[in-house]
Design a protein around this ligand. Structure first.
Ligand code: FAD
Length: 465
């Protein structure tokens, strides 16, 4: 199929935007998903796409999807490839639609605090563009320097400062997208609307399965006038959850609230003896001063000890490093990070159950967690597991076993199976547990209505029927 569509694409878009050479295709075989890296490491890499298309305009994306739809050719959207759940895995019959050349700042509106970006815009560059105007997007995923604005929307991403500034769905003002039949839609208009269902939600978390996001307008903030940090230490995770709950439910909203279990606390700072809690307070100076004092008072009332605040400064300075999988794979170690969420009443049981289960895996080096996003009704947990195996042929099953244990433990206690990385391939067979049978059926009907030929990113999000 693709061999016939590549010349047609070159004719419609221009030959300079369509790449059939091995170099371009090999560089875009997959995203950051650990299992794709395991397969590369084992010398069994997945295939490359039939061709790569790098559109430079919305019209290019429309022309690509129209041709793909007519011919039934799969299309795999690629942002900057930092996804960690297998949302981008090339197939030889597919067009790999690399959005990286659509990277303009469309506008910055300092009166209405809005900015518009092409979907392929690098996240850090987007933030730097608005920072030059004294503004901030306030969305800081650890991967900010290696992810795109469109990718943030497609995966329903979360930034480290989410507890005050919100997750990406709270920051998005409007979304421009091309549907699988080539139609262009712009979803979202004013600061709020009561105009039927909010269709932006169709694109938020769609993972390339319902269309291609071509532009995103984001709602900005003025850069914070003041910043302060606090650090605390609690005896165990339960005590920390109780402290976080009291702070948030009392009405305080530090943008960053992170709680590390004992193992991760020691890794963060050798002085730690139990569980560290880090906070960053930002906003008008008066609010920052009031919040810092109020949180300290809550800590004193609850018997929570303070910890050296330079731990937060160190975290702030190192928070956006992107680790390489290779040095672990060379030592026979498979690892991953898995984020889930739950209500306050369920989260401790999920932590206990999942970490205990991970430690039962033969060769387990680490089964730990921290929380990094807090809400009035609960919070997330971000598990890390690392398992060493001397048998290379066991790496894939060992990796999937780690995932299964966290998914099962979360499901057993009624938690939500993903907080911000999305579903991709690694979680798609768990999606029915999250949505229920009827919910999954609804999502399938939406998919069929928008994409009747099933061209958009097949294999991602939805389990095989
Ligand atoms: C070290 C590291 C740290 C990370 N930290 C965070 C974090 O703090 N918070 C967080 O939320 N995530 C984090 N991630 C995950 C990842 O960075 C996010 O999911 C990010 O939003 C993906 O953006 P991307 O442009 O790289 O998308 P890609 O990896 O290119 O694609 C991700 C998915 O979105 C689809 N897609 C991408 N662009 C479009 C588009 N324009 N239209 C339609 N579909 C599209 C793809 O088909 C794929 O399914 C981290 C990843 C790494 C490697």
């Amino acid at each position: 199929m693709t061999s016939s569509i590549a010349p047609a694409l070159a004719g419609a878009l221009g030959a300079e935007k369509v790449f059939s050479g091995d170099g371009a295709k090999d560089a875009r075989r997959h995203d950051y998903w650990m299992l794709s890296h395991v397969r590369d490491h084992l010398g069994a890499p997945g295939p490359a796409a039939g061709c790569v298309v790098r559109p430079t305009s919305v019209a290019d994306v429309q022309a690509t999807l129209r041709l793909a739809n007519e011919t039934g050719t799969p299309v795999i959207p690629l942002g900057l490839g930092s996804g960690v759940v297998g949302g981008v895995v090339a197939a030889p019959d597919a067009v790999l639609l690399d959005m990286g050349a659509m990277n303009a700042v469309r506008f910055i509106d300092t009166e209405n605090l809005l900015a518009g970006f092409d979907a392929g815009k690098n996240g850090l560059e987007a933030e730097q563009a608005v920072a030059a105007e004294g503004l901030t997007i306030g969305h800081w995923p650890q991967s900010v320097a290696v992810s795109s604005v469109g990718g943030w929307v497609a995966t329903r991403a979360s930034g480290q400062f989410s507890s005050a500034y919100g997750n990406i769905e709270d920051i998005v003002h409007s979304i421009e997208a091309v549907l699988p039949n080539g139609d262009l839609v712009v979803l979202g208009k004013g600061p709020r609307a009561s105009s039927g269902p909010d269709l932006r939600q169709l694109m938020l978390g769609s993972e390339g399965t319902l269309g291609v996001i071509t532009g995103v307008n984001l709602s900005l903030r003025r850069a914070a006038e003041s910043r302060a940090v606090s650090a605390f230490e609690v005896a165990d995770m339960r005590a920390g959850f109780a402290f976080q709950r009291e702070v948030i439910q009392s009405g305080w909203g530090p943008p960053v609230v992170r709680q590390y279990d004992e193992r991760e606390s020691k890794r963060l700072d050798a002085r730690a003896t139990a569980c560290l809690i880090l906070m960053v307070h930002e906003g008008p100076a008066a609010l920052v001063a009031a919040e810092t004092a109020a949180v300290a008072a809550i800590a004193a009332r609850m018997g929570v000890a303070s910890a050296p605040s330079d731990i937060v400064d160190h975290w702030l300075g190192h928070r956006n490093t992107v680790p390489s999988w290779d040095m672990f794979l060379q030592r026979g170690i498979v690892l991953d990070t898995v984020e889930v969420s739950a209500d306050w009443t369920r989260i401790a049981a999920i932590y206990d159950d999942a970490t205990a289960s991970l430690k039962e895996i033969p060769g387990c080096l680490a089964g730990s967690a921290h929380s990094s996003h807090v809400y009035r009704s609960g919070l997330n947990l971000y598990f890390t597991f690392a398992v060493q195996t001397s048998d290379p042929s066991a790496m894939e099953t060992t990796y999937l076993d780690g995932w299964r244990r966290i998914m099962d433990a979360t499901d057993r206690h009624g938690g939500s199976l993903s907080h911000h990385h999305g579903i991709g391939r690694v979680r798609r067979d768990y999606l029915e547990r999250e949505l229920g049978t009827a919910g999954l059926g609804l999502l399938r009907r939406i998919k069929t209505a928008l994409d009747p030929r099933g061209i958009m990113n097949p294999g991602v999000l939805l389990p095989d029927a």
